[in-house]
Design a protein around this ligand. Sequence first.
Ligand SMILES: CC(=O)N[C@H]1[C@@H](OP(=O)(O)O)O[C@H](CO)[C@@H](O)[C@@H]1O
Ligand SMILES: [Mg+2]
Length: 559
Amino acid sequence: MSAAADPPHQHAELLSSLGSAADKYPKPEGVVFSYGTAGFRTLANRLPSVVFRAALLAVLRSKRLEGAAIGIMITASHNPEPDNGVKLVDPAGEMLDQSWEAHATALANCPSTDSLISTFTTLAAHLHVDLSKPASIIYARDTRPSGPALIEALRGALSVFKGNLKVVDLDVTTTPVLHYVVKATNDKSGTYGAPTEDGYMEKMAEAFKVLMGSRGPLQPLFVDCANGVGALGLAKLSKHIASTLPLTPLNDAIGTAGALNSQCGADFVKTKQALPPSIASSGILAQDGARACSLDGDADRLVYYYLQDKKKFRLLDGDKIAVMVAMFIRDLLKKAKLVEGDDALEVGAVQTAYANGSSTKYLNARGVPVRCVPTGVKYLHHAAQNFDIGVYFEANGHGTVLFSPSTISALQSATPHSPDEANAIKNLLALSNLINQAVGDALSDMLLVEVVLAHRGWGAPEWDAGYEDLPNRLLKVEVPDRMMFQTTDAERKLSHPAGLQDLIDDAVRKVDMGRSFVRPSGTEDCVRVYAEAKTSPEVESLASNVSDLVKHASGMTSQ
Ligand SMILES: CC(=O)N[C@H]1[C@@H](OP(=O)(O)O)O[C@H](CO)[C@@H](O)[C@@H]1O
Ligand SMILES: [Mg+2]
């Protein structure tokens, strides 16, 4: 009989230490946990048992995958400071395989230590995990005050596996750094880069220098760090590139109680469509040519903005980044003579339903194929892998550009026939090193944006001029049971509750160029309503009508 299918007695010692360790982290009563869009995310004080159990699953997964390193990130990204979360990272640096999400949910919801042990052993058997195999875990946390206690819970789980486990603690760092280190650790060819934060910064800085050539120094860039961990990453990156791109950190007050993501950061700017008040009052964006960007609380989202005519706030979000980058890469492929014939390489874009309609139209009109997938990086990432070069961004600024392995080989072995062709190929390869291939990274994306602007000779207004966003509105509706709202067609339509979609369609028809959809959030206890239309008054009325329909369908209003 194999160890995987063996009865628990073979691992009696392991299970008994698991039992004593788990007793310290009982599941809070009356809470149902679910591994959502970005792992488990809720109020931090509910999470110790969840983190403990997520770490158990990470060890199972690593053992199942012959000891490949699995990542564990403790963060709640852009959520308010009292929240926290935990998500697992697969060996290639990607999000946890979807088929394992249900196992994470099952472990998190075991009501007692006994049921946890029995679920753990059942899972090990069912998933063919040989518990005697070695495992490897890499973990990190963001700057939240609740982080250290959750790391204790994580260590409590790892301690159960004693010597058969390799553990790397990255301490406080950004989510994309963790994803990079996991990918680099598992890269047996050793070509992806040194598996450390420094290795990552050096790799990015080197590629940035190749791409910038003799361009620069650029005008200083203001970077709103959401008072989070991005401030640390920015300071480290700055040491390598400040002579070409001077970076001025803003909202970098790590450790100030309540400051994280409060009135600042990428989510604030995108949702409010306004400057963080601290930046508005400082007047810095009224300087000639000034541009700024905001990161979120774990530095995997990025949005840019500037003041038109030194007055009017203009947002350059994930859609604007995706469009500019896709067109830039397409032009490089043209210069490299790689858009036609047998060795043609195709650049495509992946968006979600939240992408502004104008961005989709712009790309379609220029022959860039666009795919729409459900919300969540895992969906975008996988769809982007189907292109030779896949550009994916959520409108909120989370995204990256994936170069397929065959594209990299094709670029490496291409024979240029002119200095221009050689230069374009060199730049494409440098882009593949600059851009995080595991997950979206605000810092890497920021360098990418700066490279494209420098090559085009553009400032923020020229970038912005490509297309005009349709006025849009994103609202949250807190309903008694968000799970009664079920979607289809990449979340663009509701299948349940029955009949609601028809009413939404009626509301949409009443406004010019209207579009609206409703979906339950995977990270917060609410339903999200998105609307866009030709004019601001129309979009406000559409968003409010659809929100009313949602409330009515939830039984919250009588008519
Ligand atoms: C409208 C929106 O921005 N939704 C966000 C948000 O997901 P929800 O499932 O909508 O809560 O958080 C996710 C994780 O960060 C991110 O991937 C996604 O884009
Ligand atoms: Mg984030």
